[in-house]
Design a protein around this ligand. Structure first.
Ligand code: SF4
Length: 504
């Protein structure tokens, strides 16, 4: 070394000399000794690149009466012990290989009922992904297509409502990559937190603030929602008409979508309920079913009304009678009021009779607890599939033929019909903290492909890379969690076409 070279070496920071390069994603971080990379998933331990989270193994329930608990909301069970053949190596903590033509981090052999199986395990990097959120509430969260924001950034939109629930579609490639850098970062944070079971505060343009957390009740504008409605107003009339018959001359179930009126509804007609001369504001659809009785809001039945009489016109004096009774109730039974008509046919509020109290309580009893459901949705694209086989389209065919079972952290997924391997998974069925991120930005999600060893060979799998579970555990720290009893065991033969073919 000449003098100039010696000087350069002396002035070069020691950390720079010791940095190693992580090649697990396109960011290609240089990581100094003792530090972690930009995603906190990989670190430099004395010059060796290590995955920081332990590999997660799920275990089957034991027949010892041990009560299983859901993956999320539970204390993790950590262990470095080797597990027997009843274990299943998930992709949580497995790491990622990059570029994509390299075999997946773990390709693990196992035996299930004397059948040789293999599971290809990888943490996929998803730029094309998002979450679908179902929020059990009648309260108006915002108009369809309204922008959903987190920390002021657009992260998704309100999509078509479902029965008793409001739906949000969050994330997706346009928010992750198509907007500003900040929008991409906040979108990625929002998806990551929702998928890992954390509470996230969202604001909807021209709508509400809502706190969403998988498996927990939503908090809408500061109020925790308790009940999911029993049905629409019309369905509620159909369900409870018999219990109201003879106890109230008229019943109106106030609902933002379909308000029901007992005396006009088919259920009331069949029972012989007499007309009451009631007049409902709004658009009559079919007898006893009214649309648009008010604006959407956080009041009765998802409308903006706090006074239910606001949806009524004057009673028809040719039909209505003084003393006639009227029960008005919302679709959750949370709001109710009882009236009797005075001599001028104006409703006057009275105490709810005991005979009607029972039916109102029954509406509430029939409402399920309000909950937020978070489904991660992503596509296992060409690149991810290349870590499974040299001929990626064969994996798609194998999945569609149910020769290959797809799971995320051991949890079952729904595979969409049509092209590609587009999956949806309920994040509450996955182990805690299954998700990560990389700052490209993209979400890192575990995905496993399980099939017969023969089938793997047929689809052009990396047979040289197949290792036993013991070998996997020997090279990686692990944690064990129990498979929730409603998650099928991924190597169970009934999940595969060959088992059904065998029986036919
Ligand atoms: S972001 Fe994470 S995975 Fe990507 S190169 Fe850096 S440390 Fe590795």
């Amino acid at each position: 070394m000449d003098q100039a070279e010696q000087r350069r070496a002396q002035t070069k920071p020691a950390a720079a000399v010791e940095k190693i390069r992580c090649d697990a994603c396109p960011v290609m971080c240089y990581i100094a000794d003792g530090k972690s990379g930009a995603c906190d998933r990989y670190a430099n331990h004395a010059g060796v690149l290590v995955r920081l989270d332990p590999l997660t193994i799920i275990e089957q329930a034991k027949d010892d009466g041990h009560k299983l608990v859901p993956f999320m909301n539970r204390e993790e069970e950590w262990s470095g012990d080797l597990v027997g053949q009843s274990g299943f190596v998930t992709a949580v903590g497995a790491g990622t290989t990059y570029p994509d033509y390299k075999p997946a981090p773990f390709i693990v052999s196992s035996k299930a009922d004397d059948v040789d199986m293999v599971t290809v395990v990888t943490e996929g990097i998803f730029s094309y992904c998002g979450v679908k959120v179902k929020i059990d509430t009648d309260r108006h969260l915002g108009p369809e297509q309204a922008v959903v924001r987190a920390a002021g950034e657009a992260v998704g939109h309100v999509t078509t409502g479902e029965y008793g629930s409001q739906m949000l579609s969050l994330g997706g490639v346009n928010h992750l990559t198509g907007g500003s850098k900040k929008e991409g970062r906040i979108t990625c944070d929002t998806l990551l937190n929702l998928c890992n079971g954390k509470a996230v505060e969202l604001t909807i343009d021209e709508g509400s603030d809502v706190v969403v957390q998988a498996g927990k009740p939503p908090i809408v504008n500061g109020f925790q929602e308790e009940r999911m409605r029993v049905g629409c107003g019309s369905a509620t009339i159909g369900m409870f008409a018999q219990q109201w018959f003879g106890h109230s001359d008229e019943v109106v179930v106030v609902d933002d979508h379909i308000t029901g009126v007992l005396s006009e509804h088919q259920a009331g007609k069949v029972l012989g309920v007499e007309p009451t001369g009631i007049k409902i504001k709004g658009r009559r659809s079919t007898p006893g079913r009214y649309f648009q009785v008010a604006e959407p809001g956080a009041g009765w039945g998802g409308t903006d009304v706090d006074d239910p009489l606001a949806i009524l016109g004057d009673f028809d004096p040719k039909v209505a009678k003084a003393g006639q009774s009227l029960l008005m109730v919302s679709t959750t039974g949370e709001q109710y009021a009882y009236f009797e008509l005075d001599d001028e046919l104006k409703p006057v509020e009275k105490d709810l009779p005991a005979s009607l109290k029972v039916s109102v309580e029954r509406i509430a009893e029939n409402c399920e607890p309000a909950c937020c459901s978070v489904l991660f949705m992503g596509g296992a694209g060409g690149s991810l599939r290349a870590g499974v086989t040299e001929n990626p389209v064969r994996l798609t065919h194998s999945v569609k033929d149910t020769l290959t079972y797809v799971s995320c952290g051991g949890a079952p997924v729904y595979v969409w019909p049509g092209g590609g391997i587009t999956v949806m998974v309920d994040v509450t069925r996955m182990p805690e903290n299954s998700f990560g991120y990389v700052p490209t930005p993209a979400i890192v999600a575990p995905i496993e492909f399980t099939m017969r060893l023969d089938d793997y060979e047929q689809l052009g799998g990396y047979m040289d890379a197949v290792v036993s579970m013991e070998d996997v555990l020997a090279q990686s720290g692990s944690r064990r969690v129990q498979n929730p009893d409603d998650n099928p065991w991924p190597t169970t033969s009934k999940l595969y076409r060959w088992d059904r073919d065998r029986g036919s």
